[in-house]
Ligand binder design. Structure first.
Ligand code: 8ID
Ligand code: ZN
Length: 313
């Protein structure tokens, strides 16, 4: 795939820093939100033609034969390869993906805006599906102003949920403009569980944490509504653990669930929400050579939405 644009995900930052116990290959080209044009294909590839638009996502290839692949839990395939982690990624002009896992991008979808959908959009859409809630229910989105969070707010709105967004002071206007009903500033509020319980009248039916904050995870299991679900998406530095008060956990019958990207159907559905205008993809386009500056902004928590790199600059 001739990659035209690639999104900058916080996971790229973690890969660069070597933050997780699961280690990347070295040397490594980062990137797993690549959008571009098919320029060559293997002789057995039947589902793409030269000239088609394609997305290269985190799940670059899977074995198709394990029990997880059989049941469409491809992101749990033990034999999967990951773009920008265990195979060379999309911070370059030409990248390879297995045709089965490459995403089909309709030609009327702008490639720069499509890029963030391939990880951020897909991941939050799947996390919301995994929350298993109904239209009208409360969902709390932690880290709502970042790359994943900005899209999470919009998918949640499109899916009919009431949204309580949590992030820093500098993200408030941005997050409310994307459709959050309520906002809590984690810098300004000292007792976050108390405030969440008040705003959501007894706790949200689901919590999606897309921040790196371990404290936010501990708060979430305290304030989630009885029978509700905390979806773990944000990936803090390796070694972080989540503890929970067992008696309270049992008596409130709460669920705690990890969620990692999504399968091919989730990818197609997440792209379709965007194509139909139900979510917008706010991107700031800079040159590939500016990636180090983007990482600095990410480190300081100053990014609203997603940065996308133009691979020709
Ligand atoms: O499949 C997955 N599970 C998956 C896929 C893609 C990304 C997981 N991730 C992980 C990344 O590795 C990272 O840990 O999701 C996390 C978020 O990625 P991102 O959206 O690309 O990061 P960002 O744009 O930097 O946004 C993070 C937001 O969190 C806020 C920041 O202000 C920022 O807006 N935040 C922080 I840091 N601490 C917070 C806190 N205590 C907080 N918001 C609320 N409360
Ligand atoms: Zn990502």
């Amino acid at each position: 795939v001739n990659i035209k644009y690639t999104g900058v995900c916080n996971s790229d930052y973690h890969a660069w820093k070597g933050d997780w116990a699961f280690k990347p290959i070295l040397p490594l080209v980062l990137g797993h939100e690549g959008a571009g044009v098919v320029v060559a294909k293997g002789e057995n590839v039947t589902n793409f033609e030269i000239g088609d638009h394609a997305g290269v996502k985190w799940v670059n290839s899977t074995c198709q034969s394990c029990s997880f692949c059989e049941e469409a839990h491809e992101s749990s395939c033990p034999n999967q390869k990951n773009s920008g982690y265990t195979v060379q990624g999309t911070y370059q002009q030409y990248a390879v993906a297995n045709a089965v896992q490459a995403a089909h991008l309709p030609k009327d979808v702008d490639l720069a805006k499509a890029a963030p959908l391939l990880c951020a959009g897909l991941t939050v859409y799947k996390a919301l599906k995994n929350a298993n809630i109904r239209a009208g229910d409360w969902v709390t989105i932690i880290g709502a102003g970042g790359g994943l969070g900005t899209l999470a707010v919009q998918y949640a709105r499109a899916m009919g949920y009431k949204i309580l967004a949590i992030d820093g002071t500098n993200k408030k206007d941005h997050v409310l403009s994307k459709g959050a009903d309520e906002f809590i500033d984690f810098n300004a509020v000292s007792d976050i569980p108390e405030e969440v319980l008040k705003v959501t009248e007894g706790g949200p039916h689901a919590v999606i944490n897309v921040s790196n904050s371990v404290k936010a995870y501990h708060d979430a299991v305290k304030y989630v509504r009885p029978t509700g679900t905390v979806v773990l998406v944000g990936l803090p530095k390796g070694g972080a653990t989540l503890s929970t008060d067992i008696v309270s956990h049992v008596l409130r019958a709460i669920n705690v669930k990890g969620s990692v990207v999504g399968n091919r159907a989730d990818t197609r559905e997440a792209i379709e929400f965007f194509r139909r205008g139900k979510v917008e993809s706010q991107v700031k386009i800079v040159g590939l050579s500016e990636a180090p500056e983007v990482f600095k902004l990410m480190e300081k928590g100053e990014i609203l939405g997603r940065y996308v790199l133009d691979t020709t600059k």
